[in-house]
Every structure is written in structure tokens, then in C-alpha cells.
Write a new protein. Sequence first.
Lengths: 150, 502
Amino acid sequence: MTIPLETRELARRLLICESDACKSSEPEVSPTLRVYEKLRQSLGTFAGIAGFRSLASRALALGKLEDLGLSEFRVTEDGRLLGLGEIELQNDFDQGTGGDPAAEAGIILIARLLGLLHIFLGEALTASLLRVTWPGVALDECNSEKGRNA
Amino acid sequence: MSTQGRVTINKLPTGVPGLDEIVGGGLPEFSFNIIAGAPGSGKTTLAHQFVFANATPERPALYFTVLGESAIKMLRYQQQYKFFDPAKLPDAIRFINLSQVVLEKDLGAVLEEITKEVEKANPAVVVVDSFRTMVRIPQSDMDLQSFIQRLALFLASWQATTFLIGEYAEDELRDNPIFTVADGLFWLRQTAERNSIVRKLQIVKLRGQASVPGLHTFRISDAGMQAFSRTFGLVGHVKEPPSHRRLSFGIPELDSMLGGGVREGDSVLVAGSSGTGKSVLATQFIAEGIRQGEPGIVAVFEERPQAYAERASSLGLDLETPQKDGKLEILYLRPLDLSVDETMHSILDAVQKIGAKRLVIDSLAGFEMALSPGFRADFRESLYRMIFALTGIGVTILSTVEVDESFTEFPFSTYSISFLTDDIIRLRYVSIDGQLRKIMVVIKMRGGNHAKDIREYEITSKGVVILGKRLTDYQGLISGIPVHSGRSDQKEEPSDHPKIRA
């Protein structure tokens, strides 16, 4: 199960967005963790903490198969992610695959999480949910009709 | 008390086709409602349709999920329905999961959480799905009834129309104090009847306005829930005043027997055994209507529309052109688990679409067979409602019914429905001079006088053709085995054109 390119691209855009925010406000928190936490907050509200935790665990398990850099991470009972913030503070998400390893791990994890949302909710509904949290990020690719049946 | 100064209760669209009429025009705004039923009965779908029909970003809907189906899975399935608009999430429709609060805290905390979210969002609609699961909260400081009473009071004050969804079995309806709190109680039933599933909806209570009583059929398709009111969507329709116009069959002799034709708005029953020409007569009736500029509907259950039109063509009647011109619709109604109400809605839609003045139901036996077994027990009652509703809007109905030919009886139908019809035309075989011939007689015409003649007829390439004059030289024609009386006023006919001999 490979990540579709558009999902990976969406993850990268969200991480860039948070990376820019990191530079101005909270440099001590990694962009990956910021994206993850925002997803946890918004998804946890409507799906419940348990619902989010199960999705995040699955995303991490899938991510670990692709990137050994994720092997030390785990999802806590309340859905938080441990093990990421300590190694990654600022990454260059503008680079392609094979660039910054920490950035690559972040892209894979977030892309896996978004991929699960696409599978379960479809692209259109996923885009609607993301648009609230990241109103400035282009999500046009997520509005395709096929998303309903994803 | 005069009506001046009374509060006006706004009615909100339910989002479920057919349900607005059942609830009396829409759901009362700010009402506190319970949707009850067994798992799989359509409770969540009903709530979703209401939410999608009413939620706006300015006055959103808050959809609280508790224990049970996960919100992600629920949305995964619900978005397959056509009414589901993902663009409404999460601005206009917000899903909030309370599982953690329910699992870790008590009902007081649940109420506090709902209160907090409602005050924050100012919603027009609030749904708790499923509130029944909260009963299982251990060591709660509040019983469920107190919780619901406080929730109802709070949400009404905050001007929210509310739905609580709960799994309930039939026997839990009585003496349940929770239901006394609700303004509206919607009970959804799903029962297996032999090989069919029958879904029915009942508005057990609805404060502030009159709903249509009884059980209403509903169906869940990819469009969502659709309800079929027992009043067939005709509440508020003004009944057409009695018409004195007569509608022709296109068979002058038959029109004459009927005193000039069928009275407009009548229900006519054409009864006879197999092969007596009931469908031919029905086709001539509809074709003559089209010829006179009266659009028609034919509801067939025993053959496909194409076959029906081809058979008409063999009689020199063109049903293809009027179909293309929108003057005729041939409905083939044979889905599984069909209910009378659904059939009625299909017919009514067609009637309204083309402005039909004539309707043929061919045949009642086929109609009954197309119904789910569970609905067959109510066939007579449903037929009564259907005929009453359609003739009430000025449609003239001709139904055919097959009767078992007997040489000792002269039945009009096997359904004991003759009292439902205004006019009855009976067709039957008779044994005369070593031949099996056909006779026709008008049994009844509610609206006026009619001929008492028994006439012989044939089915030719031009349809039903009535032969000669009335049969006067035989006694006991309606028994099927007449006795020659020797009295005749008819001339002898050539042997290649069979007529009753003098």
C-alpha cells in the first residue's frame, strides 16, 4: 500500500504551513507534531479520542513499514504522539524524497493519517475538515467527486 | 381565545420526502423529539436528513455521538446518501463525540459538555445519537429522566430543535416516563413479513399540531429515507366538484349502455375471467381519452410497457406516440416489497406530471401480487384510500379484475371491493349453440341510469365490438349456461359472423 502522490503532497503542504508558523511562534515544537496535534484536536472532537487514537496507531504502523525513523514513536492513550518532538525541530519540507530524513518521516506519518481519512471519509469530507484547521492551505485537489467513494 | 396574538410555531422541513405532510406541514421549531426504534430501522438516517435540510453556518447543527457507532464509520456510510453534502461539514454541521465523557464521567458531566458546546455554537438543531447508551453510565449522579428533562429545558431555551435517538423495542413504548418529556415521538419499525421487509413509521405524539395518524410506509434508498403518507400527499387538496361530463370508451354501444359514457371522476371496475377482453377494453378506454385530449396513465403489473403498447398496436391503437408526446405514461410497478402507498405515490407523481384525467390499473390481481405479503392483508383498505384519493382529484379510474368463472355464481370480484367502485362492467363467457361466446352487462352505475341489456361482443382486430341488440331469446345468460326461451327480436345472422340465432 503506497501513499498516493497527491496525499503525500497534501501532507507536505500542511507541514510547510506549520513549519512557517514554527519559525514565528513556537520553534520548540516540531512542524510534524504541530500538524499531528491539530489533527488530534479536530478529529478527536468529532470522532472521539479513542477514534482518533485508533486511526493514529494504524497510520504509525503503516508509516513504520516505510520509514524506520518512525520506529521509536508511539501513540499514547489520549492519542498524543511521543518520540517525535525530541528529534525534529525544524525541517526542510521543500526538499523531495531523500532529503531531510526527519522531514521525510513526518511527511510519511501525516500522509498515512490523511490517507486513512481519505479511505474512511472520502477526500471531499476530509478536505472540509482540514479547511477549518488550515484555511489558508490549498486543498483543491481534495474536492474531487471520487472522494465520496474513496 | 381569538387567534390574534397567539404564538406562531414555525414548521421546519424534515428533509424527508413525504414526512412533512405526515407531521402536519413540518416539524415544530424548538421541539424536543425522540426517534425510537430497533437497530437498523433508519433512526440515524432520519436525523441526518433533518440536519442536512436545516443546518446553516449561522445556525449550525450539533450532532453529539455517544457510545455505539463510531462517528467516522457513521459518516463513511451516511455520505453514500444523496442528501449528504460534505461541504456542510464542519461549518454547518458539527459532529462532537462524547464517548470519553460518558465512559469516564457521569450524566451531569455529559449535560455540562453539551451545554458548553451549545452555548458556544448557538445551534438551530441538536442531535444526541444515541442517548440510550448513556443509561449504562455507572454511578451516575443523575437518572436518565432528570438528564433528559434538564436537557430539554435547556435546549428549548436556547431555541434549538432537538432529536434524541434511542434504541427501543415495541414493548418499551408504554409507561416510559422519558417519552412524556418529548414533544414529538417518532417510532420506526422494521419487520420481516415472510421474505419481505416492511418499514413503517408512526408519529406516536407531536405536540402543537395535528399529524396524520397511523402507520406510514417508508423506504430507505440511496436517496435516503422517503415516507409515504397514508393521505398520499393530498392533504389540503380541494375535492373536485362532481362532474356531469361523460367519458367515452370509443365504443358507441357501450357508451350508450353506460347512459352516455363513464361519469368523470368515477371508479369503474371491469370484471371478467381470463380472455374476456378486460385489458382490451381498458386500452380502448385510455386510447379514446388520448384521442379526446385527456392524458392518461396505465399502471401495469403483468406485462412490460413495451408489450402493452405492442398489444394495443395490434388493435390499431397507437400508444407509442402519446408516450413520446407526454400524453400517456405506462407504469410498470414490480419492485420487491412494494407497498400500496409507494405505488400510489408513483401513480400520483405520474398523474400530476402529465395532468392525467384517466387511469387504468391493469389488473388488481397483478397489483396485489406485486405487493409485499405484509401489505396484502391491507389491500382492500389501501385500495379504498387510493380510489378515494384519486377520484377526489378528478381522475377517472378503470380497474380490471379477474374473477373465477363459475356456472353457478356471478361474482364481480374476488376482493369484495365492488362497493368501492361507482360503476361495474361485467364480462363473461356463455355457452350458446355449441360455442363459447362473450357477453357484457353493466351491473351498476352509481351516478345515474344505465342500460340493463345483456349484450354479446367479440374481440376483433378493432378491439371490443358489441354485436347486434340485446339478447332476448335466452334465459339465464348470466349463469353462463342459458336456456333458449324461444322469444327473439333479432334476425338470423350469417354463420361466419356468429350472432345469437332467433
